[in-house]
Ligand binder design. Structure first.
Ligand code: PHE
Length: 344
């Protein structure tokens, strides 16, 4: 009797060892048959009651062997299945396919306009320089011939650093002129883009931070006609219109000084609105560098003359992209910024 019971278990162990499930489904069938809640090994343990006492221990061990053999085999089968799935995955990867595109950012509208301006002047021999945004009173005002009592120095307009009288956030890019003149022998032909700050109430039309591009040209015999020609070239390239007008103006660091308007006309409602019905759009301030400024910066004003100009970027960006509010430019809202992906 016992021998028969032993043989049954032995046979089962052989069956387990010989099993060759070849698919996921067959592995599952193997698990259900040998390790599931109604597996066929379990009832064999119960048969122990029929085994004679002297062989009960041996029988118990044999049943355990059946169980552990099934467990070990199932673990191996599972590993094999996983390896197969991995292999299938790697076969599915086409290594020659182009990589997934990842989102690239877009240029900021201010950068787009600034780059265009810089490119135009680079084509006629201007090189780009930059200056610090935290400036001294000397470079921002004094060297630029802005006297001590000039209203521009008023605390209303200028951010001074921690109530210092010396350090401030530059209110224009003109201090870069002084820095360059101080360290460079003419001829000088530079363009200086950068951020500037003014203590102003923030609104749809004005902001406490904005950007300017400064230009400076110093050499022997530089005349107002050279300035005018340069500005006409710029207007043609930037706005597609070389029709400009120079209105007399005042800046402490240029003499004579002017403001340049470009003719856009009133043909489209957009141009009519931008030019407030006049057809003229105000673009920049300019003039011949005041001899006093040249002297302040160590350049012989008897030998050299020059012109300078400075323009704001934001207004041009608002116009170019029909942006209704300057604050959009400083809020870093991606929903706004990503609209410029197509612009260069
Ligand atoms: N710095 C002047 C401004 O901030 C612009 C300017 C630059 C005017 C150079 C003349 C020459 O408005």
């Amino acid at each position: 009797m016992s021998a028969e019971i032993f043989a049954k278990v032995q046979q089962l162990i052989e069956e387990i060892e010989a099993a060759k499930p070849a698919t996921k489904e067959e592995v599952e069938q193997f698990r259900v048959r040998f390790l599931g809640s109604k597996n066929i090994i379990k009832p064999l343990f119960g048969e122990i009651v029929k085994v004679e006492n002297t062989r009960k221990k041996e029988y118990g061990q044999l049943c355990n062997t059946a169980k552990t053999t099934a467990e070990a085999k199932f673990a191996a089968l599972q590993e094999w299945l996983e390896a197969q799935a991995d292999a299938a995955d790697s076969m599915a990867i086409d290594l020659t396919a182009p990589a997934d595109p990842f989102p690239v950012g877009s240029r900021h509208p201010v950068s787009i306009v600034m780059n265009r301006i810089v490119d135009i002047f680079a084509r006629i021999g201007f090189t780009v320089v930059e200056g610090p945004e935290v400036e001294t009173d000397w470079y921002n005002f004094t060297a630029m011939n802005t006297p001590e009592d000039h209203p521009a120095r008023d605390m209303q307009d200028t951010f001074y650093i921690q109530n210092s009288k010396t350090w401030l956030l530059r209110t224009h890019t003109s201090p870069v002129q002084a820095r360059v003149m101080e360290r460079t022998k003419p001829p000088i032909r530079i363009i200086a883009p950068g951020r500037v700050y003014r203590n102003e109430t923030i609104s749809a039309r004005s902001h406490a931070q904005f950007h300017q591009v400064e230009g400076l040209y110093i050499d022997e015999n530089v005349s107002f006609a050279d300035l005018k020609q340069t500005l006409m070239f710029f207007a043609q390239e930037m706005f597609g219109s070389a029709k400009i007008r120079l209105r007399p103006s005042f800046f402490p660091f240029t003499e004579p000084s002017a403001e340049m308007d470009v003719w856009l006309g009133t043909d489209t409602p957009e141009n009519a609105r931008l030019t407030k019905g006049t057809g003229w759009l105000e673009i920049l301030g300019c003039g011949m560098v005041d001899p006093q400024v040249l002297e302040n910066c160590g350049i012989d004003s008897k030998k050299y003359t020059g012109f300078a100009f400075g323009m704001g970027i934001e207004r041009q960006a608002l116009r170019l992209f029909s942006i209704p509010d300057i604050r959009f430019l400083f809020e870093s809202d991606v929903r706004f910024l990503k609209q410029f992906a197509a612009a260069i």
